[in-house]
Design a protein around this ligand. Sequence first.
Ligand SMILES: Nc1nc2c(c(=O)[nH]1)N[C@H]1C(S)=C(S)[C@@H](COP(=O)(O)O)O[C@H]1N2
Ligand SMILES: [Mo]
Length: 228
Amino acid sequence: MGRRVFLGLLALGAAGVAWGSRAQDWLERTLAPVVARDGTGLSSFLPVGRFRIYTVTGTLPKRSPQEYRLRVGGLVDTPLDLGYGDLLAMRPTGLTRDFQCVTGWRVSDVRWRGVLLSDLLDRAGVGPGATALRFLSFDGVYTESLTLEQARRDDVLVAYEMEGDPISTAHGGPARLLVAPMYGYKSLKWLEEIEVTDEVVPGYWERLGYDVDAWVGGSNGRDDDPAT
Ligand SMILES: Nc1nc2c(c(=O)[nH]1)N[C@H]1C(S)=C(S)[C@@H](COP(=O)(O)O)O[C@H]1N2
Ligand SMILES: [Mo]
């Protein structure tokens, strides 16, 4: 992608803020093929609204609410296989928090809505010996982890709404993880599977040297992330 095109996209991104979510949807549909064609550093993030869009695969995988499934398995009493409607039918939890990437950008006061991960775990019933969770994305590559104690916090959601709208494809919809007290890389997008495990299995960026415990303000702060 040429420099002028890129600057044009930046301007469109800014316009998206002013025009609202319909323009933003259009922008994301238009940009998705650009990201897919060029998986280099330059286009591995896109400025959309106040956020940058990250995707380690260079694509924005899309699943409609109708086809969306979320599985919860591993060390549980009752494995779950939930649809989008099943998530909406569970007790909703709202949360407004700053969203911060380890590379330094931050979006203040983002409004999220979803299901407490803790509620999902209660529904599945966590079995003996369980100490951690592993998360898988339907992008087929990205993974994340939390300890069971972290996962049970009241600021950790399986989120399906952001800023009052269904979470867009670019932001990891139909449903993504939101680990509000930690850096953005813990908040796995395009959530497909949660596996309850007996040990922490380090996630995608953690295998590349990032802290497994990614508390915002912790030792992790650095700006040499290849995804910037
Ligand atoms: N599946 C997937 N989830 C992901 C990532 C990714 O590349 N793929 N990037 C992570 C990082 S580093 C950040 S900062 C946030 C960015 O969220 P956003 O793209 O909605 O701005 O998503 C996180 N979750
Ligand atoms: Mo990030």
